[in-house]
Design a protein around this ligand. Structure first.
Ligand code: FAD
Ligand code: N01
Length: 540
């Protein structure tokens, strides 16, 4: 007997994934507790509050599909909703289904260990609490551990330091300030245009130029919202049956199936429409270097046209990087920002940051006086949040040790030796290369159905076999091999964090293909998993 509170399932994290996991598991009659480090739900949309943040999948698709009532009741105001609106939506869903009472905030899970004697997960928090659970769902996020580079002198900076992923709730007033932004990924590209309008002077420290496509954000017209709502089921199904989980039509033609003139016309049209659809207009952009080069030439021409100073334009044109193989950025007025008199671009390749001083930073031979530094330097993606927990499976094996050469999962959601532990959108799943809400719903539905199956059959636990984990991880690598993703240093391949194993982290076979594989595995009686009756589970 023990005095620790016991749950059927503990869900770690209250972003889109944890919220939906609670809704579904509770709906199956499970006693569930969600544990969240933040003071409220929202995950990404709770922590990242930098100016300019909005989703870059369209609002109408970057939202839950599980409740037709919710998708009919909620009306998005813009094509790409801003952070505050998305956070309002998330809170609305939480309250609509009375989920808050099963959520515990301002609590970080520090340890989760599988006890082989009782066949339960023992979960510990930074508040000194302990919980027992049969199932443990890691909804800890792919992009939830900010990367703050260890630059010499950082702690001695006398001004204000910010990370885009840990932004003050009350906002930041940059007026009259000399601001430096380090990093030009999606977070930098979205925040730089707004900070530039607020600050007295903005210095952008760029290490690698990125491609960015105009969002063409705009208010949604009432008639298009009506059209969406009238056809929501069909449009959601179209998303489910697509590689990226969105409504964009799938290209059937290669860049080389059309004349050069027609190709330019198509690119021009896609550029005018904006959004991720740009990268989907030819079927071979992400797999054929020559096809990619055509698109790169087009985008670089657009960058040069947008920037008045040719030297600055050259710095902003990515060099030797295929477009789309690193996460494509979607912006509003990014390139034009560099025409402003109060904005300067510094090339860190030529002039690396040497140190941060009390009054600014030194890059190359030059000192930059700064009142505030914004780190838009990204995340310890996909494994960071899992490794931040002392996560131990059978035999006390730590996940960190097991994955020392890179993550090994079955379907990105299960790990051999970690019974009844599920990861939502984990490494080896399509997650980050798709509309993530769609991928999250698919994973959570799979997990919930699996839990229901175990209960129906009177089974104690499920765990991936080592063989299926090895085979899946090999498959994830093989699928990535012919793509351009593996030719670039990015967080998709672990290259943004010093010392991180450089392997492909997401599954690149597409959301639709992945869904089919998951469904097939269930149809075949959870092939690749070991299903443990009560006594066996404990024996291992
Ligand atoms: P998160 O939203 O990251 O939530 C995870 C939660 O777990 C966090 O709140 C965290 O505090 C909590 N947590 C982690 N570890 C612990 C612990 N040990 N104890 C307690 N709590 C813990 N995807 C898209 O498809 N389209 C977009 O437009 C898009 N925009 C994005 C913009 C930004 C700035 C970022 C960073 C990501 C974006 N993404 C986008 C990806 C985004 O992360 C997902 O779409 C989605 O919000 C992830 O939801 P989640 O619940 O899986 O994880
Ligand atoms: O992070 P990133 P992010 N010194 O890793 C630079 C999602 N997201 O927060 O390329 C100097 O992409 C680094 O340079 P380099 C989306 O999935 C979506 O912007 O490594 N610079 C790079 O320029 C996205 O991909 C949205 O040379 C350093 C930047 O910092 C993911 O989150 C918005 C450095 C980091 O770029 C992460 O995006 C925001 C150093 N020591 C985020 N270390 C949407 O639009 C890193 N950099 C919906």
């Amino acid at each position: 007997m023990t005095s620790e509170p016991e749950f059927d399932a503990i869900v770690v994290g209250a972003g889109f994934a944890g919220i939906y996991a609670l809704y579904r598991l509770r709906g199956r009659g499970l006693k569930v507790r969600v544990i969240e480090a933040g003071a409220g739900p929202g995950g990404t949309w709770y922590w990242n509050r930098y100016p300019g943040l909005r989703c870059d999948a369209q609002s109408m698709t970057y939202s839950y599909s599980f409740s037709d009532e919710v998708q009919q009741e909620w009306t998005w105001s813009e094509r790409f909703a801003g952070q505050a609106e998305i956070l309002r939506y998330i809170n609305y869903v939480v309250d609509r289904f009375a989920l808050r009472s099963d959520m515990q905030f301002e609590t970080r899970v520090t340890r989760a260990a599988f006890d082989e004697i009782c066949g339960r997960w023992m979960i510990e928090t930074d508040r000194g609490e302990r919980f027992i659970a049969r199932f443990c769902v890691m909804a800890t996020g792919c992009l939830s551990i900010p990367n703050l580079p260890g630059i010499k002198g950082l702690e001695g900076f006398g001004g204000a330091l910010y990370h885009t992923a840990d932004w003050p709730k009350q906002g930041v007033d940059f007026s009259g300030k000399r601001v430096g932004v380090i990093g030009t990924g999606s977070s930098g590209v979205q925040s730089i245009p707004i900070i530039a309008t607020q600050a007295k002077h903005l210095t952008v420290f760029q290490r690698t130029a990125n491609f960015s496509i105009p969002a063409r954000n705009r208010p949604l017209r009432p008639e298009e919202v009506r059209r969406w709502k009238a056809n929501y089921q069909a449009l959601r199904e179209k998303c489910r049956r697509s590689p990226f989980g969105d409504v964009y039509d799938q290209a059937e033609k290669s860049v080389f199936d059309v004349s050069a003139e027609e190709g330019r016309r198509m690119l021009e049209e896609a550029w005018t429409k904006g959004s991720f659809a740009f990268i989907t207009i030819f079927k071979d952009i992400l797999t054929n270097q020559a096809a990619n080069d055509v698109v790169v030439a087009f985008v670089n021409r657009k960058i040069r046209e947008a920037i008045k100073d040719p030297a600055v334009a050259e710095l902003l044109c990515p060099k030797d990087v295929p477009i789309g193989a690193k996460r494509l950025c979607i912006d509003t007025g990014y390139y034009e920002t560099f025409n402003r008199a109060n904005v300067r671009l510094v090339d860190l390749k030529e002039n690396p940051i040497r140190e941060i001083r009390v009054d600014g930073l030194v890059a190359g031979e030059e000192s930059f006086a700064l009142d505030a530094i914004v780190f838009a330097t990204g995340f310890d993606a996909m494994t960071g949040a899992l490794f931040a927990i002392d996560l131990r499976g059978r035999g006390g094996v730590a996940l960190k040790d097991k994955w020392v050469e890179g993550p090994r999962t079955y379907l990105g959601l299960a790990v051999a030796g970690f019974p009844n532990l599920f990861i939502v959108a984990g490494p080896g799943s399509p997650s980050v290369v798709t509309n993530m809400v769609l991928s999250i719903e698919q994973h959570v539905d799979w997990i919930t159905d699996c839990v229901a199956f175990l209960r129906r059959r009177g089974l104690e636990s499920i765990e991936a076999t080592p063989e299926s984990e090895i085979a899946w991880t090999r498959h994830v690598g093989e699928v990535a091999e012919p793509t351009l993703f593996v030719t670039v240093k990015s967080w998709y391949v672990g290259a943004n964090m010093p010392g991180k194993p450089q392997v492909i982290y997401p599954y690149l076979g597409g959301a639709e293909k992945y869904r089919e594989i998951c469904e097939d595995i269930v149809a075949k009686g959870y092939v690749g998993f070991r299903l443990n009756p009560a006594a066996e589970s404990r024996a291992g």
